[in-house]
Design a protein around this ligand. Structure first.
Ligand code: COA
Ligand code: AMP
Length: 628
């Protein structure tokens, strides 16, 4: 270890451009950048302007050229289909080049968008890399979203092609993807020109002539395509995430900065070297999956693991330990909810017995704050450091963490660690003044954001500025509240907007309210995220019916629950809609969501003085008591 964390952070503060330029030297550039950072580009500036790079070349072909072709690049393990498969760098490069060739043969090229709607299969990673190979921009949509959500993304990204699969497998059910894709294309005003469909043995999809093509046949018949370098500042992907309304935000990631940031974090945060195996037990539909199932580990040239299964029930709570032992995993990255799921089933971790996890070094958690009891339990039972690190779709990599490269500082359960190099993180009051250590407020990052962070939102720099910069000019508003303690450790306390986190999935309560209000019998409603011992938070809707509606409440409740599932998707885990006579409001008519949430969490409502109708809170309490 040559530097401590404090030294590295100070080094970056003194030479913010040179620090990143040095990190960029580890990659192969088709053309070196003219300026490390150009403040005139994007919503706040862009990194490595003038440079040209192929992220696919750096993730695949470079390793082949440097003699690592026979090394395992990707391990796929799918307990839900009882299948396992491994791909060397040679094989992954070949398959990716074929898929890229098939896309190119149908006219896809630089700047074209391709939506990827796939379960956790190796072809999903190949599809992302294939787009990158020919300079197309991918937009992966998580399989747990319903057709209308997929349609919104198709309409906004305007893809020329969609790559999908016949089905995904959830425990106990086969999820037919193709009918959902058909429905989404039907709903969307924009129509993609063609689709490639991976036919899985579990369920065959009906293909529409001249629009849908069998992915594997297309790949088999394709001429492999070479890597096309693009500008470092060109978009690599768009990833939609929940905003505060029903319209998702298209977070744009550029190529050069992202490649540099991810490559650097593989050793800086995760302590991974080329001969190691890294496993990120997330989904390619989320940012974590983009960064640490696909791009990060492959850019480094190590082995990445892709898992189509759950922490429990596929087949049991020992699945993670079996995987770690079988593949000699050095670092596991998952969401705290996965650890809570294992802990609920196997509190003594008896299912670890018989698994040799001697290669396992560190457990990394993100997606939501890890509650201290879970962090302490995992640490004690696994006898390994447990590192909670905080990030967002927008940043693409961690804002705060602990650092294997610099030697770990003492981790405090419940804290997200300290700011990564590149982030000047401060706590601001509502007027944008920096608050002293120990005081809570808005967590904000001084501009510019480091490489890898979204330079803009799809189609609109202004929308980015409005969403993140205009509240505190000169700063990026993270939307999270928190504080920084005297040691510099950051404590994330939750969102300052209406976003909730359900099993590590970011969801908007505002969007659920829009869906509920769309029901013919609903006058108004409030959705809050109530504390949940497994998922962290779970949404509960409180609904006021229009006057004169006298249908059985049970019937309406069921319709509301199905409506959220059909419009947003099963991922919302929306299971409870409680019908109440009125909602508690301030004198100015603002619904008291915070008070409702406190009641749902079994606390005092603590209503503000601006409420006239205290009885409305009693109505909420009675509805909660009745629902148990
Ligand atoms: N395709 C279709 N449906 C999906 C899906 C997908 N890719 N992913 C989830 N769903 C469905 C589930 O089947 C479930 O449906 P159900 O209501 O019919 O049971 C629903 O969406 C909610 O899923 P989930 O939140 O995953 O809950 P769960 O009860 O199935 O599992 C955990 C709970 C804790 C085991 C699971 O949430 C988990 O493993 N979480 C880790 C999350 C993670 O990796 N997050 C990434 C950020 S780091
Ligand atoms: P997403 O964009 O889906 O990654 O969700 C980002 C949001 O999840 C953040 O703004 C936080 O609210 C929350 N989050 C993610 N990781 C953490 C963490 N380690 N600690 C606390 N909150 C987190």
């Amino acid at each position: 270890m040559s530097q401590t964390y404090a030294e590295a952070y100070a080094d970056w503060q003194q030479h913010p451009h040179a620090w990143w330029e040095q990190a960029a030297e580890a990659l192969e550039w088709s053309k070196k950048w003219d300026r490390a950072f150009d403040p005139s580009l994007g919503a706040f500036g862009q990194w490595f302007a003038g440079g040209e790079i192929s992220i696919c070349h750096n993730a695949l072909d470079r390793h082949v050229a440097e003699g690592r072709g026979d090394k395992t690049a990707l391990i796929w393990d799918s307990p839900v289909t009882n299948s396992k498969q491994q791909f060397t760098y040679n094989e992954l490069t070949d398959s990716t080049a074929r898929m890229a060739g098939a896309l190119a043969a149908r006219g896809i090229g630089k700047g074209d968008r391709v939506v990827i709607y796939m379960p956790m299969v190796p072809e999903a990673a190949m599809a992302m890399l294939a787009c990158a190979r020919i300079g197309a921009i991918h937009s992966v949509v998580f399989g747990g979203f319903a057709a209308p959500e997929l349609a919104k993304r198709i309409e906004d990204a305007r893809p020329r092609a969609v790559i999908s699969a016949s089905c995904g497998i959830e425990p106990g059910r086969v999820v037919a993807y193709k009918p959902m894709l058909d429905e989404a294309i039907h709903l969307s005003a924009h129509k993609p020109e063609f689709t490639f469909i991976l036919q899985r043995p579990n369920l065959a999809a009906d293909l529409i002539a001249d629009r849908d093509f069998d992915l594997l046949s297309e790949m088999a018949n394709a001429t492999p395509a070479a890597c096309v370098p693009v500008k470092a500042t060109d978009p690599l992907y768009i990833l939609y995430t929940s905003g505060t309304t029903g319209k998702p935000k298209g977070v744009v990631r550029d190529c050069g900065g992202y490649a540099v940031a991810l490559h650097n974090t593989m050793s800086m945060i995760y302590g991974i070297k080329q001969d190691d195996v890294e496993w990120c037990a997330s989904d390619v539909g989320w940012v974590v999956g983009h960064s640490y199932i696909v791009y990060g580990p492959l850019l480094l040239g190590c082995t990445t693991v892709m898992y189509e299964g759950k922490p429990v029930g596929t087949p049991d709570a020992g699945a993670f330990w079996r995987m770690i032992a079988e593949y000699k995993v050095k670092a596991l990255f998952t969401a705290p909810t996965a650890m809570r799921a294992i802990r609920q089933v196997d509190p003594e971790l008896t299912m670890l017995d018989g698994h040799d996890i001697s290669h396992f070094d560190t457990l990394f958690l993100a997606g939501e704050r890890c509650d201290p009891p879970t962090a302490i339990w995992a640490h004690d039972k696994l006898n390994r450091p447990v590192i909670d690190h905080w990030w967002q779709t927008e940043t693409g990599w961690a804002i705060t963490a602990n650092f294997r490269r610099y030697g770990l500082f003492e981790t405090k359960p419940g804290s997200g660690g300290r700011p990564c190099t590149g982030y000047d993180l401060q706590v601001l009051d509502d007027n944008g003044n920096i608050l002293p250590r120990g005081e809570s407020g808005n967590l904000a990052i001084r501009l510019p954001m480091p490489p890898g962070c979204a330079p803009t939102l799809w189609g609109s720099d202004d929308n980015y500025r409005r969403s993140y910069i205009s509240d505190f000019p000169g700063w990026y508003r993270t939307g999270d509240a928190g504080q920084i303690d005297a040691d510099g450790d950051v404590w994330i306390m939750g969102r300052t907007d209406d976003i909730i986190n359900v099993a590590g999935h970011r969801l908007s309560t505002g969007q659920m309210e829009e869906i509920l209000t769309g029901h013919k019998d609903v006058a108004e409603c409030a959705v809050i995220g109530a504390a949940d011992s497994l998922k962290g938070q779970t949404p509960i809707g409180f609904v006021v019916l229009k006057s004169g509606v006298n249908r059985p409440h049970e019937e309406i409740r069921k319709e509301l629950v199905s409506r959220v599932r059909e419009v947003l998707g099963p991922v919302a885990a929306f299971k409870e809609a409680l019908i109440v006579p009125r909602l508690p409001k301030t004198r100015s008519g603002k619904i008291l969501r915070a008070s409702i949430r406190r009641l749902a969490d079994g606390q005092d409502a603590n209503p503000p003085p601006t409420i006239d109708d205290l009885a409305a809170l009693d109505d909420i309490s009675s509805a909660l008591a009745k629902a148990g």
